[in-house]
Design a binder for this molecule. Structure first.
Ligand code: EPU
Length: 349
């Protein structure tokens, strides 16, 4: 293919099956890859692409494609990792949005900068990590976040956002929100900086990690050990997207008031619940779905993983529409039994 005049390679009619970890078969009318901030600006300035609605794609590990994207798909392939600064109390590292998240976690650990080990093996790219404020085993991205760079898709201007501007919530940020003030489809994250405190104590409060401490008798594990434990826990519970299409947890864990929680416990004393700082309670969506008998079940070619009911899987050749039929059936049965509405966790387009 000859190099295009404006430096952008635009592909038409591209199957996105290999570009989303659920393996859904949508076709992008137009796909453009961006490898730098300059490329993003070229998209903004482009006669045809500039005004089109955009779907920003990383590794597609938190995305359900329920239709062919009518939008222009912008695949972010911005690479690079570096140490930004080493202060007395913390190091700040930076990675390109197209880097694989887990590789950056492993790299930081090898450099002697722990702090990300609880977030090991989360599928996806660095640029996607702030979008849903990824979290696992007691640590969320926002706990290690310094700032990020993004390019505005209307003006082409580069901006730097701190944590407050990102409006992180539980599996949520300004980049997931549409409507006024939301940045979904309106800006491309190009680089993320992470602040890794030198004196960070290992975070071991999550039940699965407490079990590892008890099993091994290692009461003060180093970061490498925690990394290995987290990888082992995830491998035992969560399907590898290369073998079985999935997007991790399909629903958020619902938060209910203390009164609602008491009510539900009175009916179901075994319900898994965690007290939150503000007096409300988080319920385990996986437990609710499991209690409704969904584990291992399928509708069409979309199924519920047999080891973790919160994960929906592609049993082979599922369409996005089939996945949504299954998701709705689960939502209805959980609502019918517990009166709780489960909210999808991935971005659905
Ligand atoms: N449970 C069941 N049956 C199931 C699944 C879970 O009874 O089929 C119970 C478990 O026994 C446990 C509780 O539900 O008591 C919670 O399960 P687990 O510890 O596996 O965590 P989770 O709530 O299912 C959340 C995150 C995961 C993250 C883990 C570990 C959400 C939506 N999910 O899962 O994140 O890895 O905690 O921190 O918050 C993701 O976001 O894609 C993701 C995988």
């Amino acid at each position: 293919m000859p190099p295009p005049a404006n430096g952008l390679t635009i592909e038409r009619g591209v199957s996105l099956r290999a570009y989303n970890t659920f393996g859904l078969p949508a076709v992008a009318h137009t796909l453009v890859r961006v490898a730098s901030d300059i490329d993003v600006r070229r998209v903004v300035d482009h006669r045809e692409l500039g005004r089109a609605k955009k779907l920003i794609l990383g590794a597609g590990s938190n995305l359900i494609l329920s239709r062919d994207p009518l939008d222009v798909v912008v695949r972010v392939e911005i690479m690079g990792r570096r140490l930004v600064r080493a202060d007395a109390d913390a190091v700040v590292v930076e990675a390109g949005a197209g880097e694989t998240w887990h590789d950056v976690v492993a790299w930081a650990l090898e450099q002697g900068w722990p702090g990300l080990e609880n977030l090991a093996l989360i599928p996806g790219t660095v640029g996607a990590a702030p979008v849903q404020n990824i979290g696992a085993y007691g640590v969320e991205l926002k706990d290690r976040f310094d700032s990020l760079d993004a390019v505005d898709l209307v003006t082409g201007r580069g901006v730097t956002l701190d944590a407050a501007a990102c409006r992180f919530g539980y599996r949520d940020s300004v980049f997931k929100r549409t409507g006024f003030g939301g940045l979904a489809g309106k800006s491309v994250i190009t680089r993320v900086r992470l602040r890794l405190p030198r004196a960070a104590a290992p975070v071991l409060g999550y039940l699965d990690l407490e079990r590892k401490v008890a099993e091994t008798g290692i009461r003060a594990p180093d970061a490498r050990t925690v990394f290995d434990w987290v990888c082992a826990i995830r491998r035992s519970k969560l399907p590898d997207p290369r073998e079985l299409g999935n997007v991790g947890s399909f629903f958020k864990n619902p938060v209910v008031s203390a009164e609602q929680c008491k009510d539900i416990i009175a009916r179901d004393p075994h319900i898994v619940h965690y007290a939150l700082a503000d007096g409300s309670f988080k319920l385990a969506a996986g437990w609710l779905i499991d209690a409704c008998g969904w584990k291992g079940k399928s509708i069409g070619r979309a199924g519920v993983y047999d080891k973790q009911a919160l994960v929906l899987v592609n049993r082979g050749g599922a369409s996005g529409a089939e996945v949504l039929v299954l998701a709705r059936a689960i939502q209805e049965s959980v609502y019918g039994r517990f009166g709780i509405r489960l909210e999808p966790e991935p971005v659905v387009v």
